[in-house]
Design a protein around this ligand. Structure first.
Ligand code: SF4
Length: 165
């Protein structure tokens, strides 16, 4: 499905339907803008740009982004068959990483997630976890979230329990 655009005249929200995991965080954090039962389901004119930008940063799947800024976040995966890491860049600057260790061939342990202080509050740690969830689904493997941060993400996101070991 095509990416959809919703604007308040100043800021444009982009929504990628195929990425949406229907966690409903958008509806919970900004109910005046997100109405899943209505058409259009996103009405950005009901909020300020500041409110919209802060909300979009909380979308766990990356389905929501702000037009013009959607390429600012890049995640790279490294894996040597024993250990690996996900590295996140914000505007091409190193912003954090999440390390993992394989436990056999069918599951890996998330050991540690760390985001640089400068980039705190942008939801980058969660994006790292979600990237590993995407990998686990595509490759039919499971995740053991030992890292307290990753464990919290798993505990609070029921849509990703399918990949939890
Ligand atoms: S927060 Fe993101 S993933 Fe969750 S329902 Fe909204 S758009 Fe979909």
């Amino acid at each position: 499905m095509k990416t959809k655009e919703y604007s308040n005249g100043e800021t444009t929200i982009l929504w990628k339907p195929e990425k949406c995991i229907h966690a409903g965080i958008c509806v919970k954090t900004l109910p005046k803008v997100y109405h899943p039962q209505e058409k259009p389901w996103i009405t950005p004119e009901n909020a300020t740009s500041q409110e919209i930008i802060a909300q979009v940063a909380k979308c766990p799947s990356g389905a929501l982004s702000i037009k013009g800024t959607q390429d600012n976040i890049k995640i790279e995966r490294e894996d040597n068959g024993k250990k690996g890491r996900y590295v996140i860049y914000y505007n091409d600057e190193f912003a954090g990483e999440m390390t993992f260790t394989w436990a056999g061939k069918t599951q890996f342990i998330i050991d540690h997630t760390g985001v640089e202080e400068k980039f705190a509050g942008k939801g980058l740690g969660k994006k790292l976890v979600m990237k590993s969830v995407e990998y686990a689904r595509e490759n039919n493997v499971k995740i053991i979230p030992l890292c307290p941060f990753a464990k919290k993400v798993f505990d609070n996101t029921k849509e990703i329990q399918d990949v939890r070991s």
